[in-house]
Ligand binder design. Structure first.
Ligand SMILES: [Zn+2]
Length: 271
């Protein structure tokens, strides 16, 4: 059986001399491992590889064997690629970070249910939508016209993680305090608590003199309400390292992931 589907390359590993094992994030939001024979390029025809991290490919898949855990790519074509991201080290680190989070959080495509995975693969779902939007956004933020003015790494991390939280159903409850149920808008300073899955008001937690996580609250609310394509004008220059880290910690906690185990985290969220 052969079927075509789209996937974003979220990781790849050399396999034998000329082949690659690629992890694809499929349009249905699930991840799948695929062997690309000759995927490294080269060979007698000196074919160049189009299988780079963050590229979107359409793949004609073949299930190797009934009991196989892995698909084989029969044919593949490039559908979207980035240029600016590849040429900017910091942006490339962001790409790696977004890819790693997607790989950690996406569910595995179930090979037992091969037919249903394929038939659902044209409907765009959660993680795929977030990652594809994030990469288009990142590429655009580095375009000559924008002159890197919109390349704000901490802002992009905050957008990506917030959108992921929305899609995966772990966006923090934003109307009431998770402890007392009080109205958050009315109460004033609040802090984001990963352990309690939402915000806590100043009556329940000692916030002290500072404004708590007001900036995070406002930014997450605006990002959640705004489609990715319209986020560019948002004032994200104020997003700093500690805000990005706190929101990452929040989302990781909901999925039992220790942020420090993300291999790419240090490259984008170093002190
Ligand atoms: Zn409270």
């Amino acid at each position: 059986m052969i079927t075509k589907l789209d996937g974003i390359i979220i990781s790849k590993y050399p396999y034998r001399e000329r082949d690659l094992i690629v992890r694809l994030l499929l349009r249905n939001g699930k991840k799948a491992s695929v062997i690309f024979y000759g995927g490294k390029g080269g060979g007698s025809k000196k074919k160049s590889s189009i299988l780079e991290l963050g590229f979107l490919v359409e793949v004609e898949l073949q299930k190797s064997r009934e009991d196989s855990e892995i698909f084989t790519a029969k044919e593949w074509v490039l559908k979207w690629h980035h240029d600016n991201i590849r040429n900017n080290y910091q942006a490339y680190c962001l790409l790696c970070f977004f890819s790693e989070i997607s790989e950690r959080l996406a569910l595995e495509a179930q090979f037992k249910n091969y037919e249903s995975e394929i038939s659902s693969s044209d409907k765009e779902a959660g993680p795929f939508r977030v990652l594809s939007n994030a990469l288009v956004y990142l590429e655009k933020s580095l375009s000559a016209r924008e002159q890197n003015a919109l390349f704000l790494p901490y802002g992009q991390i905050l957008i990506f993680i917030t959108k992921f939280a929305v899609e995966m159903g772990v966006f923090p409850a934003s109307d009431t305090c998770t402890l007392c149920g009080g109205d958050l808008e009315a109460i004033g300073p609040k802090i984001l608590s990963a352990e309690h899955g939402g915000y806590q008001c100043g009556r329940c937690t000692d916030i002290g003199q500072d404004s708590g996580d007001e900036a995070i609250y406002q930014a997450m609310m605006r990002i959640a309400r705004t489609p990715y394509q319209a986020i560019l004008p948002l004032p994200l220059g104020a997003v700093d390292l500690s805000m990005a880290k706190k929101v990452l910690h929040y989302v990781c906690y909901q999925f039992n992931i220790i942020p420090e185990t993300l291999k790419t985290m240090r490259a984008v969220l170093a002190n």
